[in-house]
Design a protein around this ligand. Structure first.
Ligand code: CS2
Length: 542
């Protein structure tokens, strides 16, 4: 039985393992972080560790909060908050390389569900200056298409009436801020590090909307004093596997119950609007800017969008990892063409965005043989991920009257993936907060297609699917989109993913928006269906 990683065993780790270069016994907590998953531990916690080492300002210890699961707390508490970050890639000879660092910035871990009041107390702690979040897209309890708070979300409803025991991140934040205000404490910065477009602005509007239901004075206090910087974070962090744990324990000579693995590449761009100071994160390579929106758009569209495409088409083709997916020549070529021809042109005019660098790096990052990244991990929660990653790009393209066939194939691939069965007949679970309504949607689309005249069935199916407002918003009202989707869905259903990829590669881009010729004809034949919504398309009866 190996000894556990902790304050004491830290002293005996091998010399090639990097360690916190500051006195952890002098740390004081300045950050409360909601969502202590691998993503946070591989970037913000690391950056805070490096910032404290560089500046010796030790007032930025992190109190990590898991919203529900006790697993991270159970792993890290016996380790005094210490964990290993393993950055992995391949050397010039193709052999895996791994750089290990023990991160010391997390001082303590709490589980909100066990003791929500303790979390509120920490938000309302005098020394807390930043409350940050990586709770994934679905953690915001917002409508992915509009960005508005979902007032029908059971946790949000519960939290409006429960100032002492909130369950949602938004409830914890607002009730925690209310306590701060009551106690006359200074404001804090609320820093979202999730993959949402305008993540800070989105968080701000959700917090203010919730606060407004409780107390106007609180709302204006938050609005006037707290800040919500937008930020873009980029690092691929697959879930840790048992073989990672075993390998890392062997190198450390002690057991780490939950190391985190990631790629060496990291990019963090943050708006420099902090209400009460911040760590010297530039020591870890963070870039501070006045406006992070262009960088967020760049990353969501040029990394996360193609990522989702590889995950859905890859899953349909039976690829278990992102690298396997990108090794399918037709899919690789498709992703590259998609970035070049349909995504990158929507990002023109972004200053200093390094657009070309992002494109060139993308496939090389996915190819990292030392970092298997399951397609399943990226494919999950598509209902939340599609709007900022792919649909916003489609909207921009439609505005310009530009070709969207490749983007339509990407969206069709998600819808096709939702059937839960790959092209070899293997079944997989759909992990998505909207899994149940989406499954009903697929069933209704089938019924509508069966009921339609044969020539219109394809269009009818697409019309019902694109009419699902929580994901597509008003895109389902746009015949050009529905046509393009119908055409790609039809090819996927009838001939499979490879055929669809080859067809879109063979067919040179048309000049105008009327690209999905066969479906466009169907739409014309479908008369009123090409016009604004039918009851079915509006999602009635869902
Ligand atoms: C991925 C992201 O899981 C996903 O959906 O697209 O987590 C991606 O790896 C990171 O955003 C890269 O920065």
């Amino acid at each position: 039985m190996l000894e556990r990683l902790n304050t004491e065993s830290l002293l005996r780790l091998p010399a090639d393992v990097e360690k916190p270069a500051y006195d952890r016994s002098r740390l004081t907590p300045g950050i409360v972080h909601l969502g202590l998953g691998a993503f946070h531990r591989a970037h913000q916690a690391l950056a805070t560790d490096l910032a404290m080492a560089a500046s010796q300002d030790l007032t930025w210890g992190i109190l990590g909060v898991s919203l529900r699961s006790p697993a991270t707390r159970d792993a890290l508490a016996p380790q005094d908050g210490l964990y290993t970050l393993a950055l992995r890639d391949s050397g010039p000879d193709g052999a895996a390389r791994e750089q290990l660092r023990v991160v010391g910035a997390v001082q303590r871990v709490m589980v909100a569900e066990e003791d929500p009041h303790a979390v509120l107390e920490r938000i309302a702690y005098p020394q807390t200056r930043i409350v940050s979040l990586t709770i994934t897209e679905k953690g915001y309890c917002h409508d992915p298409a509009t960005g508005h708070l979902r007032w029908d979300d059971p946790d949000i409803l519960h939290d409006l009436d429960n100032p002492i025991r909130p369950r949602s991140a938004i409830g914890l934040l607002v009730h925690g801020l209310a306590l701060r205000r009551e106690r006359g404490l200074p404001p804090v910065t609320l820093l979202s590090c999730d993959n949402l477009q305008a993540n800070g602005d989105t968080l701000r509007s959700l917090v203010l909307a919730f606060a407004l239901r409780l107390d106007v004075a609180l709302t204006s206090w938050i609005d006037t004093h707290c800040t919500f910087p937008n930020s873009m974070v980029d690092r691929i962090v697959p879930a840790t596997r048992d073989d990672d744990r075993a390998r890392i324990a062997q190198r450390l000579g002690v057991e780490d119950a939950w190391p985190v693995i990631g790629e060496p590449y990291m990019n963090w761009v943050v708006e420099d609007r902090f209400a009460a100071g911040r760590p010297a994160w530039e020591a870890a390579g963070a870039t501070f800017v006045a406006n992070a929106a262009p960088y967020e758009r760049l990353k969501l569209r040029m990394v996360n969008g193609p990522h989702s495409v590889l995950a859905y088409l890859g899953t349909l083709l039976g690829a278990a990892t992102m690298r396997e997916a990108a090794a399918v020549p037709a899919l690789r070529g498709f992703v590259d063409d998609l970035m070049r021809h349909e995504i990158a042109p929507t990002l023109k005019g972004i200053p200093d965005a390094g657009l070309e660098g992002y494109r060139q790096r993308f496939l090389a990052r996915v190819d990292n043989a030392a970092l298997p990244h399951p397609t399943r991990q990226v494919a999950m929660d598509g209902s939340q991920k599609l709007p900022p990653r792919l649909l916003a790009t489609i909207r921009d393209r439609l505005r310009g009257g530009d070709d969207i066939r490749r983007l339509a194939l990407a969206v069709a691939a998600w819808l096709h993936y939702l059937r839960g069965e790959d092209e070899h007949g293997a079944r997989y679970p759909i992990e998505d907060p909207l899994a149940a309504p989406l499954s009903r949607l697929l069933a209704r689309a089938d019924v509508a297609a069966r009921a339609a005249a044969p020539k219109q069935a394809v269009y009818r199916r697409a019309l019902v699917l694109a009419g699902y407002r929580p994901v597509f918003g008003d895109l389902g009202d746009k015949p050009v989109f529905v046509n393009a989707l119908a055409a790609q869905l039809e090819i996927l259903r009838e001939h499979g993913a490879l055929h669809a990829l080859e067809a879109v590669a063979r067919d040179p881009a048309p000049s105008g928006p009327a690209d999905a010729a066969p479906a466009a004809e169907m739409a014309a034949g479908a008369g009123a269906e090409a016009a604004p919504r039918s009851r079915e398309a509006a999602g009635v009866g869902m």
